[in-house]
Ligand binder design. Structure first.
Ligand code: NAD
Length: 356
């Protein structure tokens, strides 16, 4: 039995997680997956109840689980907590990633053909949609390297990578590519200028030798930024370091039209992972039924794929989402026109279950 820690969090968190759970509970038995769900408090909800955004009970639960299914944390009420370390994101999400060694962030950026009008690019560039997986190194590079300081008129950040850190993220990218139809990895760096990038490129070439079925190419980050808006359909898997990944994953995400469609997985050693939508707690629409649960439902698919190895179950969810979109069902954030008929968060979850 796989143990799933369910941390719904704040704002729309509980609403979207409820729909994700509905889908997981419907699909898992069809694939022989026995899942045990245990809910715990996180973020502002945990702060209100216990005085800490990541209480010891929650930490203990996740450390004894196979995966975390996470909603979102934060909200205006908690932005004013005097101690910044007690605020939901800094006090719960970042420590979770760090304590659990989640060094790989996977963000599938898919433009469904049914939603192609949501893409800001010219229609002829994205006809038929695209499917890009951005794999970002999450715990190294410029964000964490020491020394790091600001004194007077001088400031320093250090970009530091070891071969080991680069190797492990590349394995994540190649393994993910092996599961995809096109099996292509673009390793993104700035090897014409940066020593860390030269080490990155050398390591990528060495790791690629272990994956003869996957095609590797190298690309400079500036060229990748251009190609994402010039020919997004040319990409399959993009793997890159922390800073470049931060920027490129947001650029790719924008091409898909709505935050409400973007799932994510953060993986560490082994099969453990944290799965969450890429958006926040959307306090402006919490409790109104307007939240789009598809990013969370697609995160459930990633949980099945990466933590439980249940590829067929993951594909079944992704296909169901596509069927629902092709049938024209829309939450407000992905509605094409003001006249589009809008479904609620719960109705969208029900539609996906029906399409399974
Ligand atoms: P947000 O992602 O919550 O919302 C941005 C806009 O997108 C809002 O208009 C919101 O209504 C809309 N939106 C987001 N998700 C949606 C969905 N599923 N369906 C329909 N519309 C959706 O970002 P924000 O407003 O900058 O942040 C709100 C709170 O969330 C803040 O407290 C922030 O710190 C927190 N936050 C948490 C996480 C996380 O938990 N991983 C990530 C980002 C922000």
């Amino acid at each position: 039995m796989a143990k799933i820690a369910v941390l719904a969090g704040d704002g729309i968190g509980p609403e979207i997680i409820a729909e994700g759970l509905k889908v997981l509970k419907a699909v898992a038995p069809q694939h022989g997956q026995d899942l045990e769900f245990t809910e715990a408090l996180v973020g502002g909800a945990a702060y209100d109840a216990t005085g800490h955004p990541l209480p010891p009970e929650t930490l203990e639960l996740v450390q004894n689980s196979d995966a975390i299914f996470f909603g979102a944390v934060g909200g205006p009420k908690y932005d004013v907590i005097p101690d910044p370390n007690m605020r939901p994101e800094r006090g719960a999400l970042l420590p979770l990633r760090k304590k659990l060694g989640l060094y790989a962030n996977l963000r599938p950026c898919i433009l469904y053909s049914a939603l192609s009008s949501a893409c800001p690019l010219r229609a002829d560039l994205v006809e038929g949609g695209f499917d890009i997986l951005v794999v970002r190194e999450l715990t190294g590079g410029l964000y964490f390297g020491q020394p790091k300081s600001w004194e007077g008129d001088n400031a320093i950040d250090t970009c530091l990578y070891s071969r080991e850190e680069i190797t492990r993220i590349l394995h994540v990218a190649f393994k993910a590519a092996q599961k995809r139809p096109n099996k292509r990895v673009v390793s993104v760096d700035k090897a014409n200028v940066l020593e860390t990038s030269r080490l990155w490129r050398d390591t990528a070439t060495k790791v690629a030798a272990e994956y003869p079925d996957v095609e590797l190419s190298h690309q400079l980050v500036d060229a990748t930024a251009m190609d994402l808006v010039r020919r997004p359909q040319s990409f399959d898997v993009i793997v890159t370091e922390n800073l470049f990944g931060d920027i490129l994953s947001d650029e790719a995400a924008q091409l898909t039209g709505s935050l409400g469609m973007l799932p994510s997985a953060s993986l560490g050693q082994g099969t453990f992972g944290l799965y969450e939508p890429s958006h926040g707690s959307a306090p402006d629409i919490a409790g109104t039924g307007k939240a789009n649960p598809l990013a969370t439902i697609l995160s459930a698919a990633l949980l099945l794929r990466y933590s439980l190895g249940a590829e067929a179950a993951a594909l079944q969810i992704e296909k169901a989402v596509e069927i629902v979109l092709n049938a024209g069902h829309r939450t407000g954030d992905i509605a094409e026109t003001p006249d589009t008929k809008i479904v609620t968060c719960t109705e969208m979850g029900d539609l996906v279950v029906a399409a399974l």
